[in-house]
Design a protein around this ligand. Structure first.
Ligand code: FES
Length: 155
């Protein structure tokens, strides 16, 4: 697990906005975009679109998804999954947490593991609300449970 980087106060990113933590500041080879999504939570994924060259921080945030500003591929901010063409490869997630009003970024620590740990300590696990792709035809609860095995609720 990587060391946390304090990237500023929660007030430094308005809801529906994003900032970029450049690679030289986050200690990885990639720029990382930190989003304040419309669900009120913060998410971090690699900034560069996996389709071509574009900054996802410059995209449009809708719910917990971001739309690339160049060719309109969408990514889930929770899982990094590519939700529609032309992107076919997901974006890497990074753990981010709020502590004493400050945003702590853990570059290269996948966000899902942080979510699992948080939910275990916070009580009975609950599955995060599905991103749009999981509500499309072809989505099944079984497939989702395979993807999020530790987040299945009791029973
Ligand atoms: S560069 Fe992002 S969808 Fe093409």
């Amino acid at each position: 697990m990587s060391e946390a980087i304090n990237i500023g106060s929660v007030d430094s990113i308005d809801e529906g906005e994003a900032i970029v933590i450049p690679s030289e500041d986050n200690g990885t080879k990639e720029d990382i975009a930190v989003f304040h999504a419309e669900d009120g939570n913060f998410y971090a994924i690699n900034d560069e679109c996996t389709h071509e060259t574009a900054s996802l921080a410059d995209g449009w945030i809708e719910g917990t998804e971001v739309e690339c500003p160049v060719h309109a591929a969408k990514f889930c901010l929770k899982s990094g999954a590519a939700l529609c063409l032309p992107a076919t490869v997901g974006a890497r997630t990074h753990k981010i947490e709020v502590k004493d009003g400050e945003l702590l970024l853990y570059p290269e620590t996948p966000a899902v593991f942080w979510s699992l740990a948080t939910m275990r300590s916070a009580g009975p696990p609950t599955r995060p609300a599905p991103c749009r792709s999981e509500r499309l035809p072809g989505w099944t609860a079984a497939a989702s449970a395979r993807r999020w095995p530790a987040l299945r609720g009791p029973g």
